[in-house]
Write a protein that binds this ligand. Sequence first.
Ligand code: ZN
Length: 250
Amino acid sequence: MVARHDQTRDPELLAALLQARRGTAFFARKLNELSDAELDGDSLLPGWTRRHITAHIGYNARAIARLIEWAATGVETPMYPSTDVRDHEIAFGATLSPIALRHLFDHSAVHLNVEWRDLPEDAWHHTVRTIQGREVPATETVWMRSREVWMHAVDLDNGAVFRDIPVPVLERLLNDITGAWKTRGTDKDLVLKVTDRDLTLGDTAAASPTVVSGPLPAVVEWSAGRGTSGVTAVGPRTTNGTVPAAPKWI
Ligand code: ZN
């Protein structure tokens, strides 16, 4: 069935879809501001050029579209056969001509959007599996994509900043990151204070914690391993006021 509008009527899901679509438009804008030659430049991710980021975002849309096809048909189609295959695909994608790379981004985003739009209401609750092995309802794919497009738009390193990311996306990102730390136990003695939202996260029961504070965008930026600007730190993990590196989360 080909539909003009989203098949779902769930207001929460429609809001999430809008956020993912806005994030995709934001990524597209930042990508389109770059000249072909500038695609060769470094991204904010070590070892990755802007080409790698763009290829990754394109293949990510295809991988998520495979999960939506899975949810629609019940035929298991994983995101990627393995993380190795995914990494090779990104390395290959980064070598494409600028026009092919831009098409990869555009076409994969349109394709994913069509898959989302046409997914029947009940199929949104079907279970699919992420590359990390998590079993999630298809609705979760919308957040998986949102997170990628908003954050990697910043990683393109041509003017997008964490302050450009909508607050609900930042809040959920911070939840994901601190949740990953908790699962691994790497948040021991570490407390995050979000100064503009009266929010404290992390090992709040610690007797002598290291406290990293700042406004929400800066705390998320630091937690995601994207630098220390806008945050301050006090406590045993700091020396002479330097902000320590955040624990890994992916
Ligand atoms: Zn990514």
